[in-house]
Ligand binder design. Structure first.
Ligand SMILES: [Zn+2]
Length: 108
């Protein structure tokens, strides 16, 4: 039977990247609201931030290693459309463990 375990390490890079993108996105919109930049420039920065977030999180979802055997873990199928804020478990086939790194879907 597959075991579920809480990983001690936290995906700081993943969380910092998410927070940074949110800050850049909000900052660009704020800059437009207070009149520092044009709407086109603000939307361009916002779009780049969203695109960067998607590329970076996709790359990071494939860079988790098993804390026990250090094998590369695979993210669950369809993790990118889990917008419910549910936790995302990473599976190690070798150990038969579902690792919980504290990563959740969007909207958390
Ligand atoms: Zn393992």
């Amino acid at each position: 039977m597959t075991v579920r375990r809480q990983a001690q390490q936290r995906p700081y890079g993943f969380l910092i990247t998410k927070a940074g993108v949110v800050l850049v996105g909000l900052g660009s919109l704020l800059a437009f609201v207070v009149g520092l930049t044009s709407l086109a420039a603000a939307l361009a920065v916002f779009g780049v931030a969203v695109a960067a977030a998607m590329v970076l999180s996709a790359a990071m979802m494939r860079s988790f290693n098993c804390p026990d055997c250090s094998a590369l873990l695979r993210p669950p199928q369809g993790w990118w459309y889990r917008f419910s804020g549910r936790e995302i478990l990473f599976r190690c086939d070798r150990c038969d463990i579902d690792w919980d790194f504290g990563v959740k879907g969007q909207e958390d």
